[in-house]
Structure formats: structure tokens, C-alpha cells
Write a protein that binds this ligand. Structure first.
Ligand code: FAD
Ligand code: SIN
Length: 519
């Protein structure tokens, strides 16, 4: 079955929804999302969105904080563009109906997180993501030009390769003509031919065994773009959030927002010793890479399975007012955080790299754009500054919309596209084969490619991953296609990219810490 659409958007997090609303007056839009429309990393965002809005703050400070957190390898032009256009994008979110918390004097109640020199995080209690999604989805659902396909799984991008041309990584002018996507209700594969394709499929947290990311985060868009021969970069920079709630039975791990440290909560060992001063003068509010690594070191030194985040000295009514969701969650687990410290561990949280894009969000493939966590824009360098991710999603969605709405009338639909080729004998795969491979993948990535790396660990990881890769490709070639199998294949693809790029980087910087290159 074939369908033609001007703008195909893969993913319904902040990046996909923002882009949809911005282009919907310029052509027909179709958003496909492999889960419910409101399920995404965005939905779980707690801390908020960074932007200069107070008279004490300045673009210069936000720029410097971003560059410092990023190990000074961010693209300065990108950082300056994002920081200086942030207030305009925030205003648009407010105009769309997003509510950010205010003080009694009517000013925004700005929070502070690790690496920020000022209070500059706009937030909605500790459920900022839910509020953003609510306000955008209301608009998306009622726009006459936007079609929504929930439980639709993008399998592969369509390029010249799909009508018989040999496409290599050096081929110039690779073009994207849309995507093949599976209707998960009946497993039929639709051919969606589009003029512009926008990848907004989010991150890769599920390649690790402890992650804050929901199950949708399996790197699908990055893997698809890689297979289509787009440039991918900075995959070695996987961010671990320092403070996920220690609750081994729960996946994804529940986040304890960094804003709580901004509010005065302090990291301690289980014995009650404050340890961050040993590692950084900014203590519990140092940038994330430093805090996560310090916790990892302390856990290894003490043999403890977690450290404590102590919020017991905070004013109770303010704690409740700012963090009602966290308070309730912990109470449900019989933990009164006003009286007892919270057990926390680092968890895979965010990917700084991804599909390489320019200032307009354009990839190295014609008519293919990417935004949000699946894109590598140059903003984060070696380590993302807290709450810069939601900001990046809206800023780049805007830039991509500005460019593509001007292009759309000049692009013609490609009429040569064939439907998905499903020839050959195909058998349903045994689920155990997929789940077991997934477990092995998580173990490899966690044990060898985690917070602390070494050359020998990376080499081992690659060797073991190669076996999983081969087994999964064999399975893929002889099995009936299923979303589970595609996710496994995509996850192995992105894990391969993380390892390869980690091996290539002969230094320790930001989130890539290799004990063989101690600076
Ligand atoms: P997502 O919001 O992850 O959306 C991805 C979408 O793509 C989903 O709809 C998914 O179903 C869909 N999808 C994926 N693969 C396919 C496929 N094959 N076919 C079809 N659809 C597909 N950042 C901040 O700046 N501030 C915060 O306070 C903050 N808090 C966070 C808290 C948590 C717990 C987490 C996990 C992240 C947090 N982040 C925060 C990071 C931030 O939320 C994400 O980076 C950002 O929301 C990513 O948005 P996105 O639109 O790129 O992707
Ligand atoms: C948090 O609330 O600590 C998460 C913020 C982020 O990931 O930017």
C-alpha cells in the first residue's frame, strides 16, 4: 500500500510535535509514532527547559556554561544560535498554552541544575515533559492538515538504494523519498512517500541495563539513517544521569531530578559522608559527567550498590510544592524523602551524538532532516548541560521548519518507489532469541562501554557485539519482520556506533572517560 505526503515525521516527542505544528500550514503532515502519541522521552522530562529570562542572567553566561559542560568541543556557532533564539521559542511554547511555574510576584520560578551559573530553568513542577506534551498534543490533534498514525513503526528510510542503485557511504546526492512503516495492528508494511522526512525518534537508553528512558528509546532513527548512509557522529558521548532512584526491580528507572540538588539536596555515601567536595568545587552541582563518575567511583570504593541524595534538610512545604511527583512516587515505595535520604544510582539517560545535522537540521541526505535527541547538532559537545535538550528540540524544529516550508513546493514526489520486498521463506522468530540477545547487548554495553571505559574493555565489547550482530542479521533475513526484531537490530547498530566512535577517540573528554587516556 502506498501513501503520499508532503511532510513525514517519525516520532511524537517534543521535536516531532514542534516541527509538525510549524509546517502544518504549508502542506499535508503525517506523524507516525510506534507507541501512543504521548509516549516518548519527552513525557518523562522533569527538571525543565533552559533559557535566559531573568535580568541577572545573560546569553554570554548560558553560552559559557554550555561550552564548559561540553568540554569546549561544542560548535560555538550552534551554541550561540540556540541560546540567543531560546527566548523566542519559549514564548511560542507559552503562546501554545504551556504553563511554566511562576512566583507570587508573577515572575517565572527559575530552577538551577548542574553546570548552570544562574537560575534559568523554566519548569512545570517536576513534570515539565508532561505539560509540554499536553499543550502540543492538544494543538496537533486538532490541526486539519496533520494526520496521526499511532502504533506505526518506521522500519527503513527509502533512498535510491530501494530502486536498484548502489548507494555507498561516499555516494554524493543520496536522497530520501520517505519511509517504510509497519502498521503494528496487522504487521502490514506501508510505503509512505514524502517530499520531506523528519526523524525525531529520540535516544538509545535501552542499550544499557539501567536507564531512565522508556522502552521506545532504541535508536531506531539513528540506525535507519546509518543504514541509509547518513553521517552519524559523537556517539561515544552517552550521558549517565547521576541520580536515578535505586529500585532494581523497576525499568525504566525513575529519575530524581537534578533540580533537587539545585534546591539544596546533597549527595552522601550510605554512611552519611558528603563526598562531592573531593571531586569538584561545584560539589553536588558540578556538570553531570563529573557527578556520575564520582558516584561510580564511590560505589566502587565502598562496594555499596547506591549512594544517598539527602533532601531531609529542605523546607518541607517547598519540597512538596516543587517536587510533588517525586514525593508521591517515593511515598508509594514507603520512603518519606522529608525524613530519609533517597538511594540513587547513575543511569543511562541521554545521547549527545546522533545523526549529523547543520544549523537547519538538515542531514547529509537530501530532503532528510533530523531533530531532538536523534540529531547531533553540535550543541552538546562532549557532555550536555542539563535542560538544554528540550531547548535544542524546539530550536532545531523551528529552524528545520523555516527551511523546509520554503522548499516544499519545489520537491516532486518520486514515482519509482516499489513496495517493501518481503520475498523468500520467512518464519516467525522465537521471542526467546530476541530477548536473550537484548539481555546480552545490555550486559556488554553496561560492563564494557559505561561511565568508565578502557581500551581492552572496548575491544572486548566489539568482539562480543560482532557475534550478536551476525546472529541478529541472520534472524532478520529469515524471519517475519516484527517491531521487536527491528528494535533489537537497531539497538545493535547504534551500540556498534557507540563502541566504534569510543575506540576512535584517543583521549578522555566529557562523557567519554577512558582510563588509558588519563589527561
Ligand atoms: P522523544 O521525546 O524520545 O520522542 C521520540 C519519539 O519517536 C517517540 O514518540 C517514539 O515512540 C518515536 N519513535 C521511536 N522510534 C520509532 C520508530 N521506529 N517508528 C515510529 N516512531 C518511533 N531534557 C531536558 O532538557 N530537560 C529535562 O528536564 C529532561 N528530563 C528528562 C527526564 C527523563 C526521565 C528523560 C528520559 C529525559 C529527560 N530529558 C530532559 C531529555 C529529553 O527529555 C529528551 O532528550 C527529549 O525529550 C527528546 O525529545 P525527542 O522529541 O527528540 O524524542
Ligand atoms: C533532570 O531533571 O535532572 C533532567 C534534566 C535533563 O536531563 O536535562
Amino acid at each position: 500500500m502506498q501513501k503520499k505526503i508532503d511532510f513525514l515525521i517519525i516520532g511524537s516527542g517534543l521535536a516531532g510535535l514542534s516541527y509538525a505544528l510549524k509546517v502544518a500550514d504549508y502542506g499535508k503532515v503525517c506523524i507516525i509514532s510506534k507507541s501512543n502519541l504521548d509516549e516518548s522521552n519527552t513525557r518523562y522530562a522533569q527538571g525543565g527547559i533552559a533559557s535566559v529570562t531573568s535580568e541577572y542572567d545573560s546569553y554570554q553566561k548560558h553560552i559559557e556554561d554550555t561550552l564548559i559542560a561540553g568540554g569546549n568541543i561544542s560548535n560555538k556557532e550552534v551554541v550561540e544560535m540556540v541560546v540567543s533564539t531560546a527566548p523566542a521559542r519559549i514564548k511560542e511554547l507559552i503562546d501554545l498554552g504551556t504553563n511554566f511555574d511562576k512566583l507570587p510576584n508573577g515572575k517565572y520560578d527559575l530552577a538551577k541544575e548542574g553546570g548552570h551559573s544562574e537560575h534559568r530553568i523554566l519548569h512545570h513542577k517536576d513534570i515539565t515533559g508532561q505539560e509540554l506534551i499536553r499543550s502540543l498534543i492538544e494543538r496537533v490533534r486538532t490541526h486539519k492538515n496533520i494526520e496521526i498514525k499511532e502504533h506505526f513503526f518506521a522500519v527503513d528510510l527509502i533512498t535510491q538504494h530501494h530502486f536498484g542503485k548502489i548507494v555507498t557511504r561516499n555516494t554524493k546526492n543520496i536522497e530520501c523519498f520517505g519511509a517504510y512503516a509497519m502498521d503494528m495492528k496487522n504487521n502490514n508494511i506501508e510505503t509512505i512517500i514524502s517530499k520531506i522526512t523528519y526523524i525525531a525518534t529520540g535516544g538509545i537508553g535501552n542499550i544499557y541495563n539501567v536507564t531512565t528512558n522508556p522502552p521506545i528509546a532504541t535508536g531506531d532513527g539513528i540506525a535507519m539513517a546509518y543504514r541509509a548512509k547518513a553521517k552519524i557522529n559523537n556517539m561515544e558521548f552517552v550521558q549517565f544521569h547521576p541520580t536515578a532512584l535505586y529500585n532494581p526491580k523497576e525499568r525504566p528507572s525513575f529519575l530524581i531530578t537534578e533540580a533537587m540538588r539545585g534546591f539544596g539536596a546533597i549527595l552522601k555515601t550510605k554512611d552519611g559522608v558528603e563526598f562531592m567536595k573531593k571531586y569538584d568545587k561545584r560539589e553536588s552541582l558540578a556538570p553531570r559527567d563529573i557527578v556520575a563518575r564520582s558516584i561510580d567511583t564511590e560505589m566502587k570504593l565502598t562496594g555499596d550498590e547506591y549512594v544517598h541524595l539527602d533532601a531531609t534538610s529542605l523546607n518541607f512545604s517547598e519540597l512538596l510544592n516543587h517536587f510533588p511527583n517525586i514525593y508521591k512516587k517515593c511515598m508509594d515505595l514507603d520512603l518519606d524523602i522529608a525524613k530519609k535520604p533517597i538511594p540513587v544510582v547513575p543511569a543511562a539517560h541521554y545521547l549527545c551524538g546522533g545523526i549529523n545535522v547543520n544549523l537547519s537540521g538538515q542531514t547529509t541526505i537530501k530532503n532528510l532532516y533530523a531533530g531532538g535527541e536523534s540529531a547531533s547538532t553540535g550543541l552538546h559537545g562532549a557532555n550536555r548541560l542539563a535542560s538544554n535538550s528540550l531547548l535544542e528540540a524546539v530550536v532545531f524544529a523551528h529552524n528545520s521548519a523555516e527551511e523546509t516550508k520554503k522548499l516544499i513546493d519545489s520537491i516532486k514526489f518520486n514515482d519509482k518507489i516499489k513496495d517493501w520486498n518481503d520475498e523468500g521463506t520467512k518464519l516467525p522468530e522465537e521471542m526467546i532469541l530476541i530477548t536473550q540477545e537484548y539481555k546480552e547487548l545490555e550486559q556488554i554495553m553496561t560492563n564494557y562501554v559505561g561511565i568508565v571505559r578502557s581500551n581492552i574493555r572496548l575491544k572486548r565489547a566489539l568482539k562480543r557485539l560482532e557475534i550478536l550482530f551476525q546472529e541478529t542479521e541472520d534472524l532478520y533475513n529469515k524471519s517475519v519482520l516484527s517491531p521487536d526484531l527491528c528494535e533489537l537490530r537497531n539497538s545493535i547498530n547504534v551500540a556498534f556506533l557507540v563502541i566504534k566512535m569510543a575506540m576512535k577517540r584517543k583521549e578522555s573528554i566529557g562523557l567519554h572517560f577512558n582510563i588509558d587516556y588519563m589527561n
